[in-house]
Design a protein around this ligand. Structure first.
Ligand code: ADP
Ligand code: NI
Length: 214
């Protein structure tokens, strides 16, 4: 395998996500890569597997690239071009399939490497950055910020979650507040606790302002 594969992967995702404004920009991938690396060091996980899966985790995303989603064509083509062996490619594709949030159909990854990448991706959806990404996604998808007449729908399965159209505030109840409890590793659980608290304070402040109490 090419020794410069990590740097090549960083360049590859930069090209793909440079002009994305839907909450999946290049810096999201870069943060997931860095966070996954930090968690992997704590967990003694295989760094190469974690880093490649983190860098490639969104290139065949169901929403962004539906035509390559099933077979992870972009990730596989990149890895083959850099002489990764087929076993490693399969391992990385399995991790990418396991980590995505699918409501009650979400899965706990089988390997410690998958657990590290899933935790890193989920950590980037909560806290201050999570708030920013949620409103960026909402604006990008023409979603209203808040509508008190539209209630959140809890415990959706994968298909329901995928097809659900709601407000951005509801997204906090439907996904973001449930993420902290689903972290796999001790390292991520600790970080998630702080980020979740901050996010809950933000929503509470938001709703107080909405009601004219502040
Ligand atoms: P990823 O694949 O990186 O885990 P997603 O594709 O689920 O994330 O979403 C990308 C970002 O957009 C995340 O920060 C997520 O919370 C946010 N997002 C996804 N769906 C919605 C929604 N319906 N309303 C607001 N934000 C959303
Ligand atoms: Ni992601």
């Amino acid at each position: 395998m090419d020794t410069g594969i990590i740097n090549a992967a960083i360049e590859f995702v930069k090209q793909i996500f440079e002009n994305d404004y839907s909450g999946h920009d290049y810096f999201h991938t870069l943060r997931v890569y860095k966070m996954a690396t930090d968690i992997a060091v704590q967990e003694n996980a295989d760094l190469l597997v974690v880093q490649l899966a983190a860098l490639l985790h969104d290139v065949d995303d169901r929403k962004l690239s539906p035509e390559t989603y099933t077979h992870k064509n972009k990730a596989v083509t990149f890895l083959r071009a850099h002489n990764a062996d087929e076993e490693l490619i399969e391992e990385i594709c399995n991790i990418i399939s396991e980590i995505s949030f699918r409501g009650s159909d979400s899965v706990v990854p089988e390997t410690i490497e998958g657990k590290c990448v899933q935790d890193a991706d989920r950590l980037d959806a909560i806290g201050a950055i999570g708030i920013a990404r949620a409103f960026s996604y909402g604006g990008n998808h023409n979603r209203v910020i808040h509508d008190p007449d539209i209630s959140p729908v809890l415990n959706m399965n994968g298909e329901e979650y995928y097809n659900h159209v709601s407000t951005t505030i509801n997204h906090f109840y439907e996904k973001l507040f449930s993420i902290g409890d689903r972290m796999n590793t001790f390292t991520a659980k600790k970080i998630a606790k702080h980020r979740e608290k901050y996010m809950r304070e933000f929503i509470s402040e938001f709703l107080d302002e909405w009601d004219g109490m502040r």
